[in-house]
Design a protein around this ligand. Structure first.
Ligand code: DX5
Ligand code: ZN
Length: 219
């Protein structure tokens, strides 16, 4: 299923609740919440209290992308804040398997993300445990960057491996996705699209979202 997950990093933080509800109304099925600690990535965003506040004003599916070191320390905080799906980075912990199991023990969906320099093969032994894989299409840390088309080879490799092994898994792409390049991401095998600037900075977010969903459904 094609899912659009607008990243709030590109939203107006002075009215975050309204921004989330705006894109939900416009047809987005998920909202992508980028958590950054200034250590795993060179930027700081927000933590569980902001997410808990948003949970009070919105019932959209919360797709929480943790760009933090040793995320196992904070999984419960994000569950309590209202996360529906939690993505951790393969590069952020020694215990990826254990952290995935911890997320699932709370009845939440679990995903693992790989940075541009990480090979897709590291995901294969984990794939059966995952609800989603996130292939970063930019170096994590900032919104508004250009998509790295080479990363789509990794999407293709993971989709092929999943198919060969009969594994049903979502593949998400994140970073620099626009209406102009989204078809290439779908063609590679992605089905969950993060789009920050492309949605929040658009004059007509509803059209961007519905066009992206139509593109995904046509491939
Ligand atoms: C980057 C974040 C992304 C980012 C996407 O580290 O993970 O989610 O906000 O924003 P755009 O779509 O503007 O590249
Ligand atoms: Zn993200």
């Amino acid at each position: 299923m094609t899912i659009i997950s607008p990243s709030v990093l590109a939203a107006d933080f002075s009215k975050l609740g309204e921004e989330v509800n705006k894109v939900h109304k416009a047809g987005a099925q998920y909202i992508h919440l980028d958590v950054m600690d200034g250590i795993f990535v060179p930027n700081i965003s927000f933590g569980p209290s902001v997410i808990a506040s948003l949970r009070k004003v919105s019932d959209i599916f919360f797709d929480v992308h943790l760009m933090i070191t040793h995320p196992e320390r904070y999984i419960k905080d994000y569950v309590d804040a209202g996360a529906d799906l939690i993505t951790i980075h393969y590069e952020s912990t020694f215990d990826v398997k254990g952290t995935v199991a911890l997320i699932k023990s709370y009845g939440k969906k679990a995903a693992v993300s790989i940075k541009p320099a990480t090979s897709p093969e590291v995901i294969f032994p984990l794939l059966r445990e995952l609800d989603m894989v996130l292939v970063m299409t930019v170096e994590p840390g900032f919104g508004g960057q250009k998509m790295m088309p080479d990363m789509l080879k990794k999407v293709r490799a993971i989709r092929e491996y999943a198919k060969e092994n009969g594994i049903d898994v979502d593949i998400q792409v994140d970073g620099g996705i626009t209406p102009d390049n989204v078809a290439s991401a779908f063609e590679a095998g992605a089905n969950v699209i993060v789009a920050g600037s492309a949605v929040f900075k658009a004059e007509n977010p509803e059209k961007v979202i519905s066009d992206m969903i139509a593109t995904g459904n046509s491939i």
